[in-house]
Ligand binder design. Structure first.
Ligand code: SF4
Length: 187
């Protein structure tokens, strides 16, 4: 039998422990840190409570409680979405960003920076594996905007082919709940 599942289990346990340590340093729960990380990377179609529930596979009630704690601690704000009526967008405050400053993600990035060639190959392999597992589990993929089947590059700049709206450059490197794999990646 392959050792891959064992390695994933060990990595998962290590990350969970690091996450608990990061959260405890700030008087938070692991889910609070995870939601802050998610919001730091989510694009403007995905910084919503429903998207958080889908991403983590938790109930909307759990998301509401988590957001209430983060808002009360001044780590995020709810801002009206100028494009979509009553919808609010969830934004990290500077205090929220600083909580993520020395997290387990930073430590992983540091290790990967020391191995750039391996990191690129590992990212491709993990992305393919994740996509395959999400298809099996019937979950949304939440991929990177630039790698989406709907992503368009026009003379005027980037555009979303699904919503037809222009995309600011900083939005194109974020993750999106509407992401779709290009045909070649589906097989
Ligand atoms: S191009 Fe794809 S990933 Fe980017 S905003 Fe549109 S649907 Fe989302």
């Amino acid at each position: 039998m392959s050792q891959i599942s064992l390695l994933f289990e060990r990595l998962g346990a290590l990350i969970q422990q690091s996450l608990r340590d990061d959260a405890a340093r700030h008087g938070l729960l692991p889910i609070h840190i995870q939601v802050l990380h998610y919001l730091m990377r989510a694009n403007r179609y995905s910084d919503l409570p429903i998207a958080i529930a889908e991403y983590f596979g938790v109930t909307r009630g759990t998301v509401s409680q988590t957001l209430a704690v983060l808002e009360r601690k001044g780590l995020l704000t709810k801002e009206p979405d100028a494009r979509h009526g009553k919808r609010v967008q969830l934004k990290l405050t500077p205090a929220g960003e600083s909580v993520l400053g020395e997290s387990w993600v930073e430590r992983v990035e540091q290790v990967l920076c020391e191995r750039p060639a391996q990191a690129a190959a590992l990212e491709r392999t993990l992305r393919n594996l994740l996509s395959a597992m999400q298809r099996v589990n019937g979950q949304r993929a939440f991929g990177l905007c630039r790698q989406c089947a709907h992503f368009l590059t026009e003379d005027s700049g980037a555009r979303c082919g699904l919503t037809r709206e222009p995309l600011a450059t900083e939005q194109t490197v974020r993750i999106c709940r509407e992401w779709a794999a290009a045909t070649a990646e589906r097989v």
